[in-house]
Design a protein. Structure first.
Ligand SMILES: Cc1cc2nc3c(=O)[nH]c(=O)nc-3n(C[C@H](O)[C@H](O)[C@H](O)COP(=O)(O)OP(=O)(O)OC[C@H]3O[C@@H](n4cnc5c(N)ncnc54)[C@H](O)[C@@H]3O)c2cc1C
Lengths: 538, 166
């Protein structure tokens, strides 16, 4: 193995969904790739799924919120000024360690919102530029689902069949058919039949949000990383990058990072790729201050960190008189409806939303009201209500498109730091008026759905705080250097050998989960870089 | 150490007794279900406090608040008698519930911590999960449901293309 101070062709910072895909792609193209990741491999025996207190781990070492989880490799966030908190995991595999694996694609219209709907900006690339990379990514990670959805462009047969037809799924279908709405089995990055090495097909255990101990969910540590390592990528874990360094010409030269034993090391590379997610990437760029880049690296536009988008989400829960057994099967479920996806200004807002059919989890999550949104009361009624709810609820997640607004942002907190002393991010975000109107409309449709499905009681929440799963927009793509951070190839306008490949790139957020698009972008950028490496690196 | 309950490292014996009594009102025993205090949830919360020191302050404060409210409740119901300190443990169940409701109204955040930690202890207790019929999700998982039936999509397919060209 080459010493870490040798000059690599490409340094990737962050070993999550995007970093893993890029590492595999670039190394497959013959480049010498090294990756720095602040977390470690998750030890398969650490997953709590076989322990009676498995649900407790949602509040502790497998919590989605790093501020709650507080593992040594996590960095804290100042969330005082946001109604939605960023959620993530810091390890090899990144946030795909405990994602739900919903794997829809953006639609062609999602890349053209300015042209079609007169809001935000168009992307510098189109759906059709990314289409081959969506396909390649699906083939690499393994997707269950069904091609032929009339609400999306055609795609090739999915790698494994859709998830099975359990009671919860049938209950939703009853409601959807009654209303005559669009619905389709969601593409899920969850394998339902043998695929890949060392991975088992989903056994419907339920809590994907705490990781998948059998490798059924297509997290980056079981998909891309084994393949990337086999291609010779050097992955250095517990390596926390403090800053991207630059040379006298203002080109990226590598990174300074803290090692596992608390020391400091430096790595040099011809090209640097930042893949730390929509919060970690702007944080790192803003922390990379030098005399040439006094406001942070690649930030001459002043846009690094701005235009932060989440997908505002709310849960609408229906209680059913017959058992639904919603805890059986992946938490993220098998169906979605895109009936209200495209703009219809008659509804009082622009853009749209998707309804994802969700399930239930274990008894503790029911008691705490994690999904129903209301805690089971204490006292004499406790057991009765707990019995009425357990195995009797379904929760539709309505997820709306978030439009970019410059005042929603990631900035560097004045005092907060991680355990290495690196300044931590502060999130400043508010839900826009358009989003509020869209949410109200979407909640009402969620109620319609559960009503049509036969719910006897419906509980809705206005907005849910712990839903910042999708981190987007904070170093966006564009053709104009005054209005974007990187170009249509993910290359920083200010620093030609610096690339960004994660959700920070997003110009707009669409109303679907982002990771198939993040990974398709990572492959797209990597392909361009492979073809142009000599020019970019010199 | 004499003050501390033999099974507990953070809570003193009187705090364990108080917490268990509170927990038996939060999740009372009913039919086959044990009360939370009887199920050993005070000891479990003690473990939480050991593992997560940030919980100590709110739990201690909640216990103090309950004890203080119990004293007021006892004084109010024995207004003409000489006021002596009477704690939560000396109250009847209905009085205990009234005290807990008063603390919940006056200090909702503290009370929420007490309830959340009690629920967390109860619904991860192996004996309780056995009664409820809950096994951990792995290694068995759940039986595979029947395969998805594509015929169910006929109506959706008939609607034709639903996306915009761009
Ligand atoms: C609970 C949950 C459920 C989700 N469900 C879905 C879903 O169903 N569908 C979907 O599409 N998406 C889902 N997501 C989102 C999905 O996980 C992310 O979109 C995806 O992982 C982002 O990939 P990324 O490469 O940009 O970042 P990440 O996967 O977050 O990886 C970033 C990596 O960078 C590392 N890093 C950051 N800063 C530094 C530094 N300074 N030095 C070294 N390393 C650093 C981090 O440790 C991390 O490993 C979910 C997320 C969560 C939290």
């Amino acid at each position: 193995m080459a010493p870490t101070n040798a000059m690599a062709d490409v340094l990737i910072i962050g070993a999550g969904a995007s970093g893993a895909a890029a590492a595999w792609s670039l190394a497959s193209g013959g480049l010498d790739v090294v990756c720095l990741e602040q977390g470690d491999w998750v030890d398969p025996t650490d997953y709590p799924h076989s322990s009676p207190d498995w649900e407790l781990h949602r509040q502790t070492d497998f919590a989605k919120d790093p501020n709650v989880r507080q593992r040594p490799e996590d960095y804290p966030l100042n969330n005082d000024d946001t109604p939605i908190v960023p959620l993530m995991f810091n390890a090899v595999g990144g946030s795909t360690i405990h994602w739900s694996g919903h794997f829809p694609r953006f639609r062609p219209s999602d890349f053209r919102v300015k042209t079609l709907d007169g809001v935000a900006d168009d992307w510098p690339i189109t759906y059709w530029d990314l289409a081959p990379y969506y396909e390649q990514n699906d083939a690499n990670v393994g997707v269950s689902g069904l091609s032929g959805d009339p609400a999306n462009p055609e795609r090739t047969p999915r790698q494994t069949p859709p998830l099975g037809l359990d009671t919860a799924t049938k209950t939703y279908i009853r409601g959807l058919e009654e209303l005559g709405w669009h619905w389709w089995p969601t593409d899920n990055a969850i394998i339902t039949a043998p695929f890949g090495e060392g991975r088992q097909a989903c056994n419907y255990c339920g809590p994907c949000d705490m990781g998948c101990p059998i490798g059924a969910i297509s997290s980056a540590h079981v998909t891309y990383w084994p393949a990337a390592l086999a291609q010779g990528v050097r992955l250095i874990t517990r390596a926390r990058v403090r800053e991207v360094t630059v040379d006298r010409r203002g080109r990226a030269s590598g990174a300074v990072y803290y090692t596992a034993d608390g020391g400091i090391d430096q790595l040099h590379a011809r090209v640097v790729i930042v893949a730390c997610n929509g919060v970690g990437t702007p944080r790192l760029l803003l922390n990379s201050v030098s005399s040439l880049f006094p406001h942070g690296l690649a930030n001459s536009s002043g846009l690094v960190g701005t235009n932060l988008m989440f997908h505002p989400v709310t849960f609408v829960t229906g209680v059913f008189s017959d058992p639904i057994n919603g805890y059986v099967g992946p938490l993220g479920m098998v169906l979605h409806s895109q009936e209200f996806y495209e703009t219809d200004t008659g509804r009082g807002y622009v853009r749209g939303f998707q309804i994802q059919m969700g399930r239930e989890s274990g008894p503790l999550s029911t008691a705490l009201g994690n999904f129903p949104g209301e805690k089971v009361p204490w006292g004499a009624d406790h057991h009765r209500v707990q019995r009425e709810l357990s195995a009797h609820t379904l929760t539709a997640a309505v997820m709306i498109e978030d439009l970019p607004e410059a005042h929603n942002r990631v900035e560097i907190d004045a005092t907060l730091t991680d355990s290495s002393g690196i300044p931590a991010p502060r999130i400043v975000y508010e839900v826009s008026e358009n989003s509020r109107r869209c949410l109200d409309y979407a909640i009402a449709r969620g109620r319609d759905l559960l009503d049509a499905a036969g719910a006897t009681q419906i509980i809705g929440q206005p907005i849910t705080r712990e839903t910042g799963w999708h981190l987007m927009g904070t170093a966006r793509m564009g053709d104009d250097p005054a209005n974007s951070v990187v170009n249509g190839h993910g290359q920083a306008h200010d620093v030609p050998n610096l690339f960004i490949i994660d959700g920070s790139l997003f110009v707009t957020s669409a109303a679907v989960n982002p990771t198939s698009t993040i990974q398709a972008l990572a492959l797209y950028v990597s392909d361009w870089l492979k073809q142009n490496f000599r020019d970019v690196a010199s | 150490m004499s003050e501390q309950h033999q099974d507990c490292e953070i809570l003193a014996a009187h705090q364990v007794a108080l917490l268990a009594a509170i927990q038996n009102r939060l999740i009372p025993s009913q039919d086959e279900m044990p009360g939370a205090g009887d199920a050993g949830c005070a000891q479990t919360v003690d473990r939480f406090l050991k593992e997560r020191p940030a919980l100590r302050r709110p739990i201690f404060a909640a216990l103090n608040a309950v004890e203080a409210a119990a004293g007021e409740c006892a004084q109010a119901s024995a207004a003409d008698e000489a006021s002596t300190h009477v704690g939560f443990l000396a109250l009847a169940d209905t009085e205990r519930d009234a005290v807990l409701r008063a603390v919940e109204a006056a200090q909702p955040d503290l009370f929420r911590t007490l309830v959340n930690q009690t629920y967390s202890a109860y619904y991860t207790n192996p004996a309780v999960l056995l009664i409820l019929g809950w096994n951990p999700p792995q290694p068995e998982g759940h039986p595979t449901p029947p395969p998805f039936d594509e015929a169910l999509l006929e109506n959706v397919k008939q609607r034709g293309k639903l996306w915009r060209d761009a």
